[in-house]
Each structure stands twice: as C-alpha cells, then as structure tokens.
Design a protein around this ligand. Structure first.
Ligand code: GTP
Ligand code: MG
Length: 296
C-alpha cells in the first residue's frame, strides 16, 4: 500500500473545435472513447474518460469545441461544455499554434468560472516549430494559466508531465469511480458515435453536420448469434438522404462496413449491423428531435 494520500477530481478539457481534445482524452484513457475526425465540431456530447492509478484518479470530460451557437444544437453543445465546469477541480484549456475560430466563446466561458485553476495546453507540437508554439503561449497569457504544458496528443508527447501537473492540483479524496471503469457511457453510445464518425470521414463538407445517429436495437451475442445492432442515420433533408445512401447504396455500405469492423474490434466479437437512413426535417433547430437525440 502506498503512503501518499489518495487524490481524485474532475478536469474539463476545453478549447476551440479541432484543437485535439478528443485525441487527448483517448491518449490518456488508452482507449478510443471519443471519435476524432479532421473536421471541426466533431464532438457533440460531454464524454468522461477516467484515468486511475493506485494513488490518484482523474475524471476527464471531453467537451464539444467552443463556438458561437448558430443552431439549437449548438446551444445544447455549448451547455454540455459549460456543464463540465460545474464540478471541475481544474480545467485544461487546449489550443494549438494556428487556430482559426473566434476566441470570444472561450473568453466568455472562462469568465464565468474565474476560480477554477487553469492549465494551458498547447497541442500539436509535432506539427509546429518551437517559435510558433512559444508565440501562441504568449498570446494566451490572458488565460492566466497556473501552468503551461506543450504536448502532442497524437504522438503522445508531454502527457506524463501534464498528468503530474494535474495530479498536484487535485484535492485529497477517495476515488469517485471503480478503478477499472473507463467511462460513463454505455456501449450503445459508442456504437452510435462510431457510425457518426464514419459519416464525418466519408461524406462531403456539410452533410456530416446535418447528420445524427441513434440506436434502434441492440442485442448482445447469444449462442451462435453475433451482437446485433440496428441504427438510424437521421439527416435534415431528403436530398441529404440520397447522399448518405449513395449510388446503388455504395456510401451506406461503406459506412456500415467500416463502423461494423470498428465496433466488432471494440467488443472483441463479431457484429451484425443494419443501418437505416431517415429524414428528420431541420432537426438541428427542433427541440423535439434534439431531445430524442439526447441533447438537453
Ligand atoms: N499533428 C497533430 N494532429 C493532431 C494532434 N492532436 C489531434 N490532431 C488532429 O486534429 C484533428 C482534430 O482532432 P480532435 O481530437 O477531433 O479535435 P477536437 O478538439 O476534439 O475537435 P472537436 O470535437 O471538433 O471540438 C484530427 O485530425 C486529429 O488527428 C496532434 O498532437 N498533432
Ligand atoms: Mg472532439
């Protein structure tokens, strides 16, 4: 048994879209919990990633990238980012040297929580020269960080220094979750997110932003029957439905095959996956659809 007091607490990962928050969550958790794509605004819900050792437990919240809301969907996404600060013992503000989005939503959210210790994390150090990294650190001094870490979430550089920095801030506390628990989300959520990731990766420009995925049916393997999942891909307009299905069903087949392989890999079991495409007219601005899709 270790003699040091046990520490535990909550850390919110915040930043503009595309800075690498989900990549960092996955790297720290050692598992793919959050989907990652080159497109901004990939993450739509808060996702917990629980990292535990004998001596400490950090509960990270991955959050949607901070933007000025244009749809009801965005408002809900920004609320879920804000909710990660309600119980946070520390916040990680993630940035990288060449961000494009407006900084106002970041400033506004941080202003609401002046007392939460802030760690500035400059990500993607593998892709930028040191002088650019340094320039970004200087630009972000308005954050008044308690510490600054330079990392590459992708190449897993600087992560243990980041963890040491965070553990030093955490209060003494028993763990909040079982030490072998990785996240708060059920497998159905990861199945839906995996399908949504393939939509983000394979479809052009704006289509992914009009797409949501729900699980209709989920049954564990039984005897010779594999895990059976039926999911609906919802789009906002009829024309988008044709794009998701593709010529002679080629696109939906590509999405289904890639998602099925990845879900099967996650579960370590074969999976039967059936996908349906439905039109949910203008769902991004319709509270009844948003509620159905799990947004508050
Ligand atoms: N070169 C480099 N690319 C990275 C690094 N971390 C993330 N990326 C890439 O940046 C893109 C966005 O990564 P995400 O993890 O989805 O970013 P995010 O902050 O979660 O984005 P949203 O969910 O849209 O807010 C992906 O293409 C990642 O592969 C890094 O350390 N180095
Ligand atoms: Mg993300």
């Amino acid at each position: 048994m270790s003699q040091v007091p046990h520490r535990a607490g909550f850390v919110a990962l915040l930043g503009k879209p595309n800075v690498g928050k989900s990549t960092l969550l996955n790297a720290l958790a050692g598992e793919k919990l959050a989907i990652v794509t080159p497109k901004a605004q990939t993450t739509r819900h808060r996702i917990l990633g629980i990292v535990s050792t004998d001596d400490w437990q950090i509960i990270f919240s991955d959050t949607p990238g901070l933007i000025a809301p244009r749809y009801e969907l965005h408002k809900s996404m920004m609320q879920s980012a804000g909710s990660a600060l309600q119980d946070a013992d520390a916040l990680v503000l993630m940035a990288h040297p060449e961000e494009i989005f407006d900084e106002t939503p970041v400033r506004e959210l941080l202003a609401l929580h002046p007392d939460i210790p802030r760690i500035l994390v400059i990500n993607k150090c593998d892709a930028y020269p040191a002088d650019k990294v340094q320039a970004r650190i200087e630009e972000l001094q308005w954050v008044k960080p308690r510490a600054t870490c330079v990392i590459s979430a992708l190449r897993q550089i600087g992560l243990s220094e980041l963890l040491d920095t965070l553990v030093a801030i955490l209060p003494e506390s028993p763990p909040f979750y079982d030490k072998d628990q990785l996240t708060d989300r059920p497998m159905r959520f990861f199945a839906a997110e995996t399908i949504r990731e393939k939509v983000f990766l394979f479809l052009r420009q704006e289509i992914p932003y009009h797409t949501e995925v729900t699980i209709l049916f989920y049954k564990d393997a039984e005897g010779d029957d594999p895990v059976h999942i039926e999911a609906e891909i919802h789009v906002a307009r009829q024309t988008q439905k044709a794009m998701v299905i593709g010529k002679q069903g080629a696109m939906i087949k590509k999405i289904g095959t890639a998602a099925r392989k990845e879900i099967a890999h996650m579960l370590g079991q074969p999976v039967r996956l059936e996908l349906y495409v439905r039109v949910a007219e203008d769902w991004k601005d319709r509270p009844e659809w948003l509620r159905r899709f799990g947004y508050e």
